[in-house]
Design a protein. Structure first.
Length: 260
């Protein structure tokens, strides 16, 4: 065999061994990577599942109609539902602003212009001297903070998706009411206007029609103190005047307009 042929065979053998060694090393490396990735740390998964809230994750809520950083105005009307001696159909308005989707502030005015109810009317027909001692609420003004943590959507007869939110209001304000007295038997009733500070708590729900229009339902409870005088006491005196706690509960329905 010639010398140059031997050299070629030696070079071929060396090249073959190097290729085999490289393939073997690559196979070991790949095999080790796969086995490492296949390993699952069950303890770590368990700790993550039962652990406290992960700050890196949050719930994504697709709010089709946003309230954040919007002004709004509402017109409402309704009924006074809990006064034992009076009846009223309050009418009013609200103006407000939402700082965020959840928090906002609101100014509201309700005109009650209450009248004595049917029970008092019937009692008055029987005997004017046994009328109850009562007052009639006239109006109220309130400054409130609003909190609406609930937002949802629902299907309506499989034809439309309705979007609504629910929240709460808490505020302070002033209630104006009339003291009702009858100075002499059979005389016309007299009214002495009084004011009192109040505290108000409410429940609110809004049903959105579009990004600028929503229907609104409110249930509000207003707490304050009234000064009540006996019905037959002389109108110009305060003899027998006493302070009583009052709670006016109103249910109103209306429409709200939002800015863009």
């Amino acid at each position: 065999m010639k010398k140059n042929q031997i050299s070629k065979l030696q070079l071929l053998a060396v090249a073959t061994m190097m290729l085999f060694t490289a393939q073997h090393a690559f196979a070991q490396s790949a095999s080790g990577t796969v086995r490492s990735s296949d390993k699952v740390d069950l303890k770590k998964l368990e700790d993550k599942y039962w652990g406290a809230k992960d700050e890196e994750y949050g719930v994504i809520q697709n709010r089709t109609y946003s309230k954040a950083q919007k002004f709004y105005g509402s017109l409402v009307w309704g009924t006074l539902i809990n006064d034992p001696f009076a009846q009223a159909k309050p009418v009013g308005a609200m103006l407000g602003y939402y700082f965020s989707e959840d928090f906002g502030m609101e100014l509201s005015y309700l005109n009650h212009d209450a009248k004595r109810n049917e029970s008092v009317e019937e009692l008055n027909k029987i005997d004017n001297s046994v009328n109850p001692n009562y007052n009639l609420v006239k109006n109220s003004m309130t400054a409130s903070l609003t909190y609406t943590p609930f937002y949802a959507k629902m299907a309506f007869m499989n034809k439309a998706i309705l979007y609504f939110d629910m929240g709460f209001t808490a505020g302070v304000g002033v209630t104006t009411y009339d003291q009702v007295t009858n100075p002499t038997l059979g005389a016309t009733e007299n009214f002495n206007s009084k004011t009192a500070p109040h505290f108000e708590l409410g429940f609110m729900q809004q049903l959105f029609v579009s990004k600028n229009v929503a229907f609104r339902l409110d249930l509000k409870n207003t707490f304050y103190s009234q000064k009540v005088v006996p019905y037959q006491t002389n109108f110009n005196t305060t003899t027998g005047e006493e302070t009583k706690s009052a709670n006016d509960t109103t249910l109103t329905f209306g429409i709200t307009l939002f800015t863009n």
